[in-house]
Design a protein around this ligand. Structure first.
Ligand SMILES: N[C@@H](CCC(=O)N[C@@H](CS)C(=O)NCC(=O)O)C(=O)O
Length: 302
C-alpha cells in the first residue's frame, strides 16, 4: 500500500487518525456528457478491480444499463502490493504497468491515493474521473442514449430517497466495514463493529415486510451499493476485517435479497479475486498473507 507525493510513489500503511480509518475525497471529477460521448463506442475506458466494492458497483451498473459493448473495461490484478495496483495488461496508450503511472501521466505532480475505479481517456491519455458515484451517474444519466428502454437507477421522483439511502449505506455499512477492519485501537474497533451490526439488523427488519428491494419492487442505486458489500461480507469482511458478530447467512431476509441481485449480476462477482486481494494486500492485518480455503459460499452458479 502507498500513495503518490508530488508525483513520487511512497510506500505507506493506511493513515490512522486516533485509530480510525478515513477515506480521502476523489480528486478527478470531470463528467463526460452525452455530447462528448457521441454515438460511437467510447474512447473512454474503465479501469476496475474485481475485488473493490466501489469498482464493482460501477461494473454492475454498466451491466444493468446495457453498456457492456459501449464502455470497455480493463482490469488491475487482485493483489495490491507495495507499488499499489498493477495493471493486468500494460496500458495500450502509454505502456504503463502500474496504476500510479496513469495518475502521474495525468498530473506529474499528483499527490494522493491511487484508487480504482477510474475512467481513462484513451485519446488524451489522462484520467477523467476516479469517483465511482460520478461514473455511475454518467452511465445512468448521460450515456443512456446508447440503449433502448428507460433504464434508471435513480428516477427523478424518488431521487432524494435513493440518495439518502446511498449515503446511509456508505456511512453505516460500506465504509464501516473498512473502519472496523482498519481500526488500530480496541475501543475504536468495538464501537465501529457494534454500529455496523446495528445497521445490518435494521436492514433485516426493513426487509421483513416482503419488499424485493430496499425501496420497493424496483432495483435502484442503493441496492447496487449495498449488494457489493453483502456479497463480500461472509467471504472476507467476517474473517479478515473481524466483522464477526454475525454473517450475512445468519440474516434470512438479507441473504434472500443478496441472492436476488446476485442472480442478475453474478458475472461481475469474482470470489477468488476478492479473497486474494483482501487477505494478501493488507499484511499488517494478515502477516502470513494466507488466503483461507473457506468459508463455503453459494456463489457457484456460473
Ligand atoms: N471514492 C472512491 C473510493 C475508491 C477506493 O477507495 N478504492 C480502493 C479499492 S476498494 C482503492 O483503490 N484503494 C487503493 C489504496 O487505498 O491505496 C470511489 O468510490 O470511487
Amino acid at each position: 500500500m502507498g500513495m503518490l507525493v508530488n508525483g513520487v510513489w511512497q510506500v505507506k500503511n493506511p493513515e490512522n487518525i486516533e485509530g480510525g480509518f478515513v477515506r480521502p475525497e476523489s480528486p478527478y471529477r470531470d463528467i463526460i456528457s452525452r455530447k462528448t460521448m457521441g454515438r460511437k463506442p467510447s474512447r473512454f475506458v474503465l479501469y476496475v478491480s474485481l475485488a473493490c466494492p466501489w469498482a464493482s458497483s460501477v461494473l454492475i451498473v454498466r451491466k444493468l444499463a446495457g453498456l457492456e459493448s459501449v464502455v470497455e473495461v480493463r482490469y488491475v490484478s487482485p493483489y495490491m502490493g507495495d507499488q499499489g495496483w498493477m495493471l493486468e495488461k500494460p496500458n495500450k496508450e502509454t505502456g504503463a504497468k502500474m496504476l500510479h503511472e496513469l495518475y502521474t501521466q495525468t498530473d506529474p505532480n499528483f499527490t494522493g491515493k491511487v484508487t480504482v475505479p477510474i475512467l481513462w481517456d484513451t485519446q488524451n491519455k489522462c484520467i477523467v474521473n476516479n469517483e465511482s458515484m460520478d461514473l455511475i451517474m454518467m452511465m445512468n444519466n448521460e450515456w443512456s442514449h446508447f440503449v433502448e428502454g428507460d433504464f434508471n437507477l435513480m428516477p427523478n421522483n424518488i431521487r432524494y430517497d435513493v440518495q439518502v439511502k446511498c449515503d446511509w449505506i456508505y456511512e453505516q455499512i460500506a465504509n464501516a466495514v473498512y473502519r472496523v477492519g482498519f481500526a488500530s485501537k480496541q475501543s475504536v474497533y468495538e464501537k465501529e463493529c457494534n454500529q455496523l451490526f446495528e445497521a445490518l439488523d435494521r436492514l433485516e427488519i426493513e426487509l421483513l415486510d416482503g419488499r424485493s428491494y430496499l425501496l420497493g419492487s424496483e432495483i435502484l442505486l442503493c441496492d447496487v451499493r449495498l449488494f457489493v458489500v453483502l456479497v463480500r461480507f461472509d467471504i472476507v469482511y467476517y474473517g479478515h476485517f473481524k466483522c464477526n458478530q454475525r454473517q450475512i447467512r445468519d440474516y434470512p431476509q438479507l441473504t434472500a435479497y443478496m441472492m436476488r441481485i446476485y442472480d442478475q449480476v453474478w458475472d461481475t462477482v469474482d470470489v477468488d479475486a476478492i479473497k486474494t486481494h483482501y487477505y494478501q494486500s493488507h499484511p499488517w492485518i494478515n502477516p502470513t498473507q494466507i488466503v483461507p480455503v473457506g468459508p463455503y459460499h453459494d456463489f457457484n452458479r456460473e
